[in-house]
Ligand binder design. Structure first.
Ligand SMILES: Cc1cc2nc3c(=O)[nH]c(=O)nc-3n(C[C@H](O)[C@H](O)[C@H](O)COP(=O)(O)OP(=O)(O)OC[C@H]3O[C@@H](n4cnc5c(N)ncnc54)[C@H](O)[C@@H]3O)c2cc1C
Length: 574
């Protein structure tokens, strides 16, 4: 096992992790980024298609600026957000994020006069270079900035455990470089988890293979509090076939270069959702769209895995092709974007909940442990917002003058125990045993079946039992077909499988504790949105005996109040 001693370790090379590293470098630090995939080419930042404008950028009016605030609070986060954080984030995105990207050479789509093209509507967004492609190009810039600024990284290296000190504080990580099988024990004065959302916990998912909820599992094992883990977002107009991850998404958002938005039709060909009319302030109207699909499912006019369609056929095809990268998905499957409807289905998308943190500092409930981005339970993410988190966490660490602190001593017993656990997972499949992929697939199918649109207490309790039996199965009989230590993705799957088991269990427990329905979270036994009791953080506290406790904390409403106390779930537009 190699050992290293670092000031700051950042885990994750997406929008949040890369920005945290760039900002720390500016502040005089020399962080190490450990990334399961490649920096700027893994996780979900590469998928960000819309670049939402904030403040008064590019001629955004007062009314539009207010609508943007309303959109992020109500439609994007279903009021589960610290509103002061949003206001600060909006200003930072306007004043720092976009100007820096412009200067770094990211090309925002312009018209023949050289003006940046924005969508038309209450909440405006731009694209680089086409809508649907922005994240890829933005993250390419970040990768180049890493090289320019000499930011150190360990790529294709998965963090598998956190190291803790005698008071429970986080003092480092253990990581596996899977191309070589080499293990690292790294001490650090501050550890930032920026491992993103955890979309890949369900059969249909918009996530990449790294998104197995590792960060949440690592933090929970260090007893960090979790917040709103049950609030899982969905895409509701992905291509039904092939079972999609992303870029096979029919964007429901206001389209750049057009006043129109996509339309959704049920099995009888009846129009049932169009952002432009049904969610005019919902720039990414995913929760509302999902609810509307749910209504069609109840009427027998759609299924969650197909049987309804989405289309751009009412929009001039040259406009869609010019500004929208998603038109290519139609071409790839032999459809004409100007006339065809594509069969659609829902997929797990970003998770609103995650590790509980103070969004003004990014500190978690565990000393030494910070988060940034989609992993946090403070917001639903977005490429600008997660970059803001990277900025906050860097400034918090610098303000604490972490570099002046003594280097923690390596807890050799913990490092050896983790090394032994990892070595133990590199074993052949025992007689009658299972591979990690089998466990992962069963888990994902379970979450699709029982943690889908309609959730019930008996269904969730049954899911909990199955997760626990899968844990026993994995512990007793999970092994690999190939036990070479180099480039062994089966080994990575085995590590992931235990993270997924932990996080599926915590997610179900958290869902059982929220006794209402809100946004994408629907319980048939509590079919109403209850702002009186549940406009609140649902905080899960892992306890050392393997159990959990809960605390419920109301949100302050300095700017926007939910407009009712309790209302039937399907009567709430957001
Ligand atoms: C399909 C899709 C479309 C989206 N569209 C938009 C949009 O149009 N506009 C918008 O603003 N936002 C959009 N978002 C949301 C936005 O992309 C995310 O909120 C944001 O990019 C998350 O950034 P992140 O850095 O937190 O996580 P990610 O970008 O997911 O980065 C996570 C990083 O952590 C690494 N990692 C994971 N586990 C480990 C481990 N164990 N050890 C080491 N490294 C690890 C991964 O390799 C990756 O580098 C979209 C998201 C998705 C999924």
């Amino acid at each position: 096992m190699k050992t290293m001693a670092e000031e700051v370790v950042i885990v994750g090379g997406g929008g949040a992790g890369t920005y945290a590293a760039l900002r720390l470098k500016e502040l005089g630090y020399d962080p190490l980024v450990v990334c399961k995939g490649l920096i700027g080419k893994s996780g979900c930042s590469i998928f960000a298609g819309n670049l939402v404008l904030s403040g008064h950028m590019l001629g955004t009016t007062d009314a539009q600026s207010e609508a943007t605030m309303e959109y992020f609070t109500k439609w994007w986060n279903n009021f589960l957000i610290d509103q002061d954080y949003l206001v600060k984030g909006g200003s930072w995105i306007e004043e720092t994020f976009y100007p820096e990207l412009d200067e770094a050479g990211l090309y925002f789509r312009r018209d023949d006069q050289g003006d940046i093209v924005a969508s038309v509507g209450s909440v405006r967004n731009i694209a680089a270079n086409q809508q649907g492609q922005s994240g890829m190009l933005l993250m390419d810039r970040r990768r180049k900035q890493f090289a320019e600024k000499n930011i150190r990284s360990l790529e294709e290296t998965s963090v598998t455990a956190l190291l803790t000190g005698s008071g429970g504080e986080v003092i480092g990580v253990v990581a596996l470089h899977y191309p070589t099988g080499e293990r690292y024990a790294i001490t650090a004065k501050a550890v930032v988890l920026a491992t993103g959302h955890s979309d890949r916990l369900s059969t249909r998912s918009t996530g990449t293979r790294e998104q197995s909820a590792d960060g949440i599992a690592l933090a929970a094992r260090a007893y960090a509090e979790m917040c709103n883990l049950e609030i899982q977002w969905w895409h509701a107009s992905d291509f039904a076939y092939p079972k999609t991850w992303d870029r096979m998404h029919v964007y429901p958002n206001p389209l750049v270069g057009s006043t129109e938005s996509a339309r959704m039709y049920n099995a009888d060909g009846e129009l049932f959702f169009e952002q432009k009319t049904d969610a005019p302030v919902g720039l990414a109207p995913y929760a509302t769209q999902f609810k509307r699909v749910g209504e069609q499912v109840a009427k027998g006019k759609a299924r969650l895995d197909g049987g309804y369609t989405t289309s751009y056929a009412h929009i001039p095809p040259e406009v869609v092709k010019e500004y929208n990268y998603h038109a290519k998905a139609f071409e790839k499957v032999g459809l004409d974007v100007g006339s065809d409807h594509v069969e659609s289905a829902v997929s797990w998308h970003c998770r609103q909940g995650g590790v509980h943190c103070d969004p003004h500092t990014m500190e978690t409930s565990v000393a030494g442990l910070y988060v940034a981005g989609g992993i946090g339970g403070h917001s639903n993410g977005g490429i600008g917002v997660v970059s803001f988190d990277g900025n906050i966490v860097a400034e918090t660490i610098a303000a604490k003058d972490v570099s002046a602190w003594a280097q923690p001593e390596l807890p050799a017993d913990q490092a050896e125990a983790e090394d032994g656990r990892l070595a133990g997972l590199l074993r052949p499949v025992p007689e009658g045993g299972v591979t990690p992929m089998r466990i992962k697939n069963k888990l994902r199918q379970l979450m699709w079946d029982k943690m889908g649109f309609e959730k019930t207490e008996p269904g969730m309790s049954e899911a909990l039992e199955v997760v626990r039996s899968l844990r026993q199965q994995a512990e007793a009989g999970m092994g690999l077909k190939n036990t070479t230590p180099n480039f062994n993705y089966g080994w990575v799957d085995a590590i992931d499988a235990f993270n997924m088991i932990d996080v599926c269990e915590l997610t179900i427990l958290s869902a059982l504790n929220r006794k209402e329905s809100r946004g994408p979270f629907y319980r048939t036994d509590y079919p109403y949105t209850d702002n009186e009791n549940w406009h609140a953080r649902n905080i899960l506290i892992p306890t050392p005996d393997g159990g959990v406790e809960f605390r419920v904390e109301p949100y302050a409403t300095p700017y926007l109040e939910p407009e009712f106390e309790r209302r039937d779930y399907f009567d709430v537009p957001w």
